[in-house]
Design a protein around this ligand. Structure first.
Ligand SMILES: [Fe+2]
Ligand SMILES: [Fe+2]
Length: 171
């Protein structure tokens, strides 16, 4: 049985995963308008991953006697300054999610909720991988140095290669 505090923290995390999925959906849509097909596919794929993170949390909350709630959250940005800016925003978002997971891990220990502590280990590992994943993409984009449409073309092509292998947590 979840304590009210842990249940609230997990529901807040559900909201964060929904926001994450929304922001990647929005980035994917924006990339499509910019004719960045691979980047669009990349963000749509990650949108799906965030939905799975959300669902896993909701299932856990309900299984443990709580009530998983569908959050009402603000709309994500719809315009992005550049492909690089979008990926930097994605990296920042992942860092925010990692911090939030860390706080619930601390809360689970404080409240001696070892079941939730164990459940959250999957998220701890997932976030570590995802942060590294997004960081490596930001690094690659910086290396390519997008100065014109040609640079943008090569960056999108490089992102396309990532679609050939599974995302972190899917290997
Ligand atoms: Fe997530
Ligand atoms: Fe993520």
């Amino acid at each position: 049985m979840l304590s009210a505090k842990v249940e609230k923290a997990l529901n807040d995390q559900v909201a964060l995963e929904v926001y994450s999925s929304d922001i990647y959906l929005s980035m994917g849509s924006w990339c499509e308008t910019q004719k960045l097909e691979n980047s669009a596919k990349f963000f749509y794929r990650h949108f799906g991953a965030e939905r799975e993170h959300m669902m896993k949390l909701m299932t856990y909350v309900n299984r443990e006697g709580g009530h998983a709630l569908v959050p009402k959250i603000p709309a994500p940005p719809s315009e992005f300054k550049s492909l690089e800016a979008a990926f930097e925003m994605a990296l920042d978002n992942e860092k925010k999610v990692t911090k939030s997971i860390g706080k619930i891990v601390e809360l689970s220990l404080e409240t001696k909720d070892y079941g939730t502590f164990t459940f959250l280990q999957w998220y701890v590992a997932e976030q570590q991988e995802e942060e590294g994943y997004f960081q490596s993409i930001v690094d690659k984009i910086k290396m390519i140095g997008i100065k014109d449409t040609r640079g943008l073309f090569f960056a999108d092509k490089a992102i396309g290669k990532l679609l050939l292998v599974p995302e972190p947590g899917k290997k």
